[in-house]
Ligand binder design. Sequence first.
Ligand SMILES: *[C@@H]1O[C@H](CO)[C@@H](O)[C@H](O)[C@H]1NC(C)=O
Ligand SMILES: *[C@@H]1O[C@H](CO)[C@@H](O)[C@H](O)[C@H]1NC(C)=O
Ligand SMILES: *[C@@H]1O[C@H](CO)[C@@H](O)[C@H](O)[C@H]1NC(C)=O
Ligand SMILES: *[C@@H]1O[C@H](CO)[C@@H](O)[C@H](O)[C@H]1NC(C)=O
Ligand SMILES: *[C@@H]1O[C@H](CO)[C@@H](O)[C@H](O)[C@H]1NC(C)=O
Length: 373
Amino acid sequence: MRKKMIFKFGVTVVVLIAVYLYYVHDVTQDENISLQKEEEDIDLNHEPEKLDGHNDQLGEPDEKDTDRPIHSSHWKNGLHFHVVHLQPLVFHIYAEHELHPMFKQKLDYWPADYKRKFLYYLYNITFPTDNTQEWKKLFKPCASQRLFIPSLLPDVDSLLYVDTDILFLRPLDEIWMFFGKFNSTQLAALAPEHEDKAAGWYNRFARHPYYGELGVNSGVMLMNLTRIRQSTWLDSLMKYYKEYKLKITWGDQDLINIYFHFNPDKLYLYPCEWNYRPDHCMYMSVCKDIDLNGVSVLHGNRRVMQNDKQPAFKAVYTAFKEHNFSSSIDEDLLKNLKKLLSKTSNTPCGQIGPLVYTKHIEEFVMLEKNLLS
Ligand SMILES: *[C@@H]1O[C@H](CO)[C@@H](O)[C@H](O)[C@H]1NC(C)=O
Ligand SMILES: *[C@@H]1O[C@H](CO)[C@@H](O)[C@H](O)[C@H]1NC(C)=O
Ligand SMILES: *[C@@H]1O[C@H](CO)[C@@H](O)[C@H](O)[C@H]1NC(C)=O
Ligand SMILES: *[C@@H]1O[C@H](CO)[C@@H](O)[C@H](O)[C@H]1NC(C)=O
Ligand SMILES: *[C@@H]1O[C@H](CO)[C@@H](O)[C@H](O)[C@H]1NC(C)=O
């Protein structure tokens, strides 16, 4: 019962193959971190949109905070457990059945205090029960999972869908706040695929309709599933697929672009800092947003988190991966991140300067220090 309630009302995040597992390598046994609140304190009836009020919560630590850890070790993989006590964080992980034991094993490394703060569900790659055979014929199994999520998770109101190669450099609830900015017709939020017409893919190569001038990237997608279910989403996608299937290159992302081309009033477009990719810096810096704001969500597509094509992306990934639960953000993560980034200053995405990658983490550290002083 309890689980069901949390499932229904929780902040929900979809991860096709959970990214955060990569960073949980060497969790030490000496975890003595006490988080702000016990699970019993979670307000299950808390409406998602109330999350907007999080700033107030951050500003005034509650009375139970006396035994809060000096170092914010409860900040892991960019997930900001600070605010999680407002409501439970729910991960829905879609992965091939063979991968499930690996997920379980990795997640079981998390110290109990952390595990109490979130729930996760593992699913097989699944197709809608209506027209299952038809959908299976139309798509490659894994790539298109996000299109079906509204019907696969009928109890979930809203979620943030992320690809497997995403790192949050900023508290998760800050991207969630965009839901509060939706007008009455918007049902999803995405960032543009490109910023620059000279290098854009859709405007130069696409042979099908796409959203706006440069298309959208589908790797970081806020979805109001309630609204999507009330729309003609799946039927429209099927229709567009039949019409454009021979012209589609990037699978489901192209379909999403076609959908929002014909339904532009349904999309909220957020700026590139929320889906920052190598394309934004590999030739020149085209995401002007980050000069001021820093990168909020890092998307290492084309495997740049692991390969050596964009060392700055790999540096951020490596710093998170090497970070321990028990060590401090300031002394450990931030220091290591700066060290790793300094070696990338002569690469296209590194020469923008380390600050764009460290800005929000530094702000987090400052906030922590102020709260404690
Ligand atoms: C937690 O801290 C106490 C002392 O405050 C210590 O006795 C105990 O061993 C620690 N627990 C672990 C798992 O290290
Ligand atoms: C997932 O699929 C496997 C077979 O591939 C099956 O044995 C297992 O029961 C399924 N799990 C769920 C949760 O449906
Ligand atoms: C999603 O849309 C529904 C219907 O308009 C609304 O009731 C709900 O509050 C929205 N969810 C979020 C997180 O904004
Ligand atoms: C919501 O915003 C979108 C994008 O700006 C716009 O196209 C649409 O008309 C707006 N809907 C309403 C009801 O104002
Ligand atoms: C993480 O902890 C292990 C063991 O305590 C240690 O060897 C390693 O250096 C730590 N990592 C960092 C980045 O400090």
